[in-house]
Design a protein around this ligand. Structure first.
Ligand code: BES
Ligand code: MN
Ligand code: MN
Length: 455
């Protein structure tokens, strides 16, 4: 083990933090067209930084959307190759008024660094960059070969990445992939995620009259599209919180008793409630909160646009309304198949007094990773040596679309080695990254590389 590299990390703490702050200042919001230049600035910043730390072949991989950044260091002959994946794009900041500091002016709050993208995913990916730097600076070499693939469209579903992966199959060839884009349980209790849910993101459009109508003159004569929308949405769950789409659960696996037991040790409803501030937990009957979030499929309504929501009152029947609806898929639920089932079901329950259109915007399949792969053992040891405790295993409810593609296209084992925390407020105002996790994450990455090296 390179003690020199670990010491380098300690000596460079302040510099690393300042560099991360620079990276976080770039508002690389992938979903907003007005931030397209910022996306390119973030990619360029990353490329310049990777060049500066001494990795090679630094280049952009173009896609039909935002580009990915690639770099490698391949001089550890006979040693395995690690692919480090992450994303430099971030979520939008709204509602901006709920931030205590400007989202792109990173601000220290005790041991936390508050900024959009701090935990998801710039801070986590930067831990691997700093680990690589420390090894190259302290030892002049890495114990294994490394490739970086840092993309710009994860937060919008990575829908353009797969063709780029296929086109760059040789360039991206590796023995194992590590992704730090999830969270551990607490700063002292690391965890390895062994399953992520899939996602289907959709829109439902309901329209009726050709123009907004006076509700006195026309109310009672036509089906209000907003009401029809609410009726459709209300039919998507039954009283037990189960999704009503026929066949929806057919391929969901039953979780083993061992997994169930393991889950009950991880988290309590009290911590869950404290984290969310919700007055009660809710969900599918017959499963614990952690099971529902990690191992069961769910359906959420994200927003409904339509009608009048300004101050005061306006007596209107809106001509059309739009709802954003997504589903999280449990392992083995095929996203494309379920998307079709959903579309047909929504169309079938739509009253014929209105027009209904269902758009499928994104799909990503759920994944399970191989828990007994040797690289998982390496991650366990790495966590223990850096965070001071062996990790537990958990399923996470979030989605990282590319994981399934790595498995299917490249047969690549994936290690989900997160450095975030459950209360990092991902996608929410005041997103933060716990800095002790950043520094331990750098050490963890160094230890991981060391463990992957064949002696
Ligand atoms: N890093 C998250 C996913 C995540 C969060 C995994 C917490 C494990 C724990 C990722 O950036 C994300 O937000 N993904 C999106 C994907 C979607 C836009 C296709 C998600 O899960 O909503
Ligand atoms: Mn992420
Ligand atoms: Mn995210």
């Amino acid at each position: 083990m390179s003690e020199a590299a670990l010491k380098y990390v300690q000596d460079q703490k302040e510099t690393s933090l300042n560099e991360l702050i620079e990276f976080l200042k770039i508002p690389s919001i992938s979903t907003l067209p007005e931030n397209k230049d910022d996306i390119l600035s973030a990619a360029n910043w990353l490329m310049d930084h990777l060049k500066a730390i001494g990795v090679e072949n630094v280049q952009l991989i173009e896609t039909a959307g935002h580009p990915s950044v690639y770099a490698d260091w391949l001089h550890a002959e006979g040693q395995p190759t690690l692919l480090v994946y992450g994303h430099y794009d971030v979520q939008p900041v709204d509602p901006i008024e709920l931030w205590d500091s400007a989202p792109f002016e990173p601000t220290l709050n005790g041991e936390d660094l508050v900024a959009r993208g701090s935990s998801d995913d710039k801070g986590q990916i930067f831990a691997h960059v700093k680990a690589t730097e420390a090894l190259l600076k302290a030892d002049g070499k890495l114990p294994i070969n490394i490739k970086f693939l840092i993309e710009g469209e994860e937060e919008i579903g990575s829908q353009n990445l797969e063709p780029a992966l296929e086109a760059n199959k040789d360039l991206l060839q590796a023995d194992v992939c590590v992704i730090s884009d999830s969270n551990i349980l607490t700063p002292d209790q690391p965890s390895i995620v062994y399953g992520l849910r899939g996602i289907i993101y959709t829109e439902i459009e309901v329209s009726g009259p050709s123009l907004d109508l006076h509700s006195g003159r026309y109310g009672g004569g036509v089906h209000n599209p907003l009401q029809a929308m609410c009726e459709i949405i209300a039919k998507l769950h039954d009283e037990d919180g189960r999704i009503t789409i026929p066949g929806f659960y057919d391929k969901v696996r039953t979780i083993s008793d061992a997994e169930k037991a393991e889950m009950t040790t991880l988290n309590s409803d009290e911590t869950f409630l404290a984290e969310t501030g919700a007055p009660a937990t809710w969900g599918e009957e017959g499963y614990s909160t952690l099971e529902r979030v990690g191992a069961r499929a769910t359906l959420e309504i994200h927003g409904i646009r339509g009608g009048f929501v300004g101050e005061g009152g306006k007596t209107v029947i809106p001509a059309s309304v739009l709802a954003k609806v997504s589903m999280r898929l449990a392992p083995y639920q095929p996203a494309k198949e379920i998307a079709q089932m959903y579309k047909e079901y929504v169309e079938s329950i739509a009253p014929d007094t209105v027009n209904v259109k269902v758009n499928i915007l994104q799909t990503a399949d759920p994944v399970l990773t191989e828990r007994d792969h040797p690289s998982i053992k390496a991650a366990e040891i790495a966590y223990e040596k850096s965070f001071g405790k062996a990790p537990v295993f958990m399923l996470d409810g979030g989605s990282i679309p590319v994981v399934e593609a790595f498995q299917r296209l490249f047969g690549l084992p994936v290690v989900l080695m997160g450095f975030g925390l459950p209360d990092d407020r991902l996608h929410s105002p005041n997103e933060k990254f716990h800095l002790p996790n950043f520094y331990n994450g750098i050490s963890c990455s160094i230890q991981f590389l060391d463990q992957l090296a064949k002696n």
